[in-house]
Design a protein around this ligand. Structure first.
Ligand code: NAD
Ligand code: SER
Length: 316
């Protein structure tokens, strides 16, 4: 029987992953943890405990005490916030990963999911249809920590047999939990502002294409990767994940088809430089081949669901 630990479970991804994993493995077998307190909905859905991934002793103790078999480690400082505190972000992101790798090595919880990001690529990477294996010279602290993390994950797999699995998520779009300070956050904010105020000032320029994915696709594919037999995986670093690529202008036009009075203005800030260093589109054929990566939401379907759900949420 699987016993699952989710670290950083209250964030944009964790809050939805916990619910999906509880449906799959039974609520009592999925342990949600974070450094902050959960809302009522998550608390009522199954076990929750405060747990700081930077505290190695407690982390290992928790894993042993609850007979954990697999770990999802989602704790990190995202790209925008990391640029505001580079050394602190490096310390947190690397220590969070190294503690979970070491805890896996020293316990029975040998299967570990840790997300990487499109931020592992940099300005010298081919920007269009970015291949799985290519030039990787990230120039953000977040991207450097993700690239180092991928290397460490593969190292622990080869050296210690840890069943390390990872994807390079594109920007994730969801309505349940706010994004945590990344460069792709505009693609969530825009929906809330469109419904509330019929206008949005975007912090990226109109023609900045980035790869994105609707959260439901991200969750389904994460679980698919974790469930596939290990010998299908030709990579133990991290798999490219493409999703859908669009610019802020294209997203705004799609919203205007449903809310004609919606207006967007552009006022690029420090995140513009970060976005320009990332791919505009990604080639994820290796993930499709190895473990069946499969995306259901295109731009129009995603916009339909986002506007419907954000409207419901704002009405309370
Ligand atoms: P988030 O910021 O929304 O959530 C992170 C959670 O980790 C928060 O609930 C936070 O309280 C918790 N946390 C922070 N420090 C902690 C600590 N010391 N111990 C335990 N918990 C701690 O982030 P997210 O968007 O859910 O992203 C999760 C992971 O996925 C991160 O590694 C991120 O880099 C990666 N990722 C996210 C995206 C995206 O678009 N959301 C894209 C690519 C990669
Ligand atoms: N959405 C994330 C960010 O913008 C990508 O890793 O930081």
């Amino acid at each position: 029987m699987e016993r699952v630990l989710i670290i950083g479970s209250l964030g944009q991804i964790g809050s939805e992953l916990v619910i999906a994993l509880r449906k799959k493995y039974g609520a009592e077998n999925v342990f949600a943890t974070d450094i902050k307190n959960p809302g009522n909905k998550l608390r009522k859905s199954g076990p929750f405990q405060i747990l700081d991934v930077l505290d190695f002793k407690n982390l290992l103790h928790f894993i042993v005490r609850h007979h954990i078999t697999q770990i999802y480690n989602l704790a990190a400082v995202l790209s925008g916030n990391a640029e505001k505190m580079p050394l602190q972000a490096w310390d947190i992101n690397m220590k969070a990963l190294m503690n979970s790798l070491e805890a896996a090595r020293q316990s029975e919880a040998k299967k570990l999911f840790w997300p990487s990001s499109i931020a592992v690529f940099g300005p010298t990477t081919p920007r269009h249809n970015t291949p799985q294996l290519t030039v990787m010279e990230p120039n953000t602290v977040y991207g450097i920590s993700k690239l180092a993390g991928e290397r460490w994950g593969e190292y622990y797999n080869k050296r210690y047999g840890i069943d390390f699995r990872s994807v390079r998520y594109p920007g994730l779009i969801s309505y349940k939990t706010e994004p945590g300070g990344g460069t792709t956050d505009y693609a969530v904010e825009i929906f809330f502002e469109a419904v509330k105020n019929k206008s949005y000032e975007c912090f990226l320029s109109e023609d900045t294409a980035l790869p994105m994915m609707f959260m439901e696709d991200a969750i389904q594919n994460t679980i698919r990767l974790m469930e596939v037999e290990g010998d299908k995986l030709s990579l133990r670093s991290s798999y490219n994940m493409a999703g859908i690529s669009f610019t802020p202008k294209e997203l705004a036009e799609s919203i205007q088809k449903r809310i004609p009075e919606f207006r967007i203005t552009y006022n690029p800030d420090f995140r513009q430089v970060i976005a320009e260093s990332w791919p505009a589109s990604i080639d994820d054929s290796v993930a499709q081949r190895d473990w069946g990566l499969n995306v259901n939401y295109d731009l129009e379907k995603m916009v339909d669901v986002m506007l419907k759900e954000v409207s419901k949420k704002l009405k309370g």
